[in-house]
Design a protein around this ligand. Structure first.
Ligand SMILES: Cc1cc2nc3c(=O)[nH]c(=O)nc-3n(C[C@H](O)[C@H](O)[C@H](O)COP(=O)(O)O)c2cc1C
Length: 148
């Protein structure tokens, strides 16, 4: 069993639904998960696996609720941290899933390890994004060995 910290970036709520579905999937696999809707580095376990779940807004911008967190981690050395990324976006924007890419790059720059290639859900093709996200996470969990 592993512990996950699900870090949500959302404006309109879709990523929150996805985060809830991902937490349920983790629980079904015997893992524990906390969901952070207003993420603050001081309250998030760095020994847990982080699951970033964020939409993109504006013109490729991070949702407001995750911007401070993104600034906090940019200053860190997170070389023991493992993470996963689920992005929600709309491929009609040429900034498709930029926020998820930004979070991934920021964590990689902080020396964290990406456990599996990110999922970028195109809400144009997937009007119920939690379906594809749960399928993806199921496969990730089946193919990845997690330490206790
Ligand atoms: C005003 C606005 C701007 C958006 N800008 C982008 C964008 O730059 N890139 C992208 O991939 N998706 C963009 N989207 C699509 C959202 O990321 C998508 O609708 C997502 O499902 C919203 O998730 P949320 O409800 O968690 O915020 C935008 C949506 C809106 C309403």
């Amino acid at each position: 069993m592993a512990k996950f910290e699900i870090i949500v970036g959302s404006v309109l709520g879709a990523s929150e639904y996805v985060a809830d579905a991902l937490a349920e999937t983790l629980s079904n696999h015997g893992h524990s998960a906390n969901i952070h809707l207003l993420p603050n580095l001081a309250e998030i376990d760095q020994d847990a696996i982080w699951l970033i779940c964020t939409s993109t807004h504006g013109a490729g911008d991070l949702p407001d609720n995750i911007q401070t967190f993104a600034q906090q981690i940019a200053l860190q050395n997170l070389n023991k941290l493992n993470f996963l990324v689920v992005g929600l976006g709309d491929s009609s924007y040429d900034t498709f899933c930029y926020a998820a890419q930004h979070m991934e790059k920021t964590l990689l720059a902080a020396k964290a390890k990406l456990l599996h290639p990110a999922l970028h859900v195109d809400v144009l093709n997937h009007p119920i994004p939690e379906e594809v996200a749960v399928e993806w996470l199921d496969n990730v969990l089946k193919s990845t060995q997690f330490d206790d």
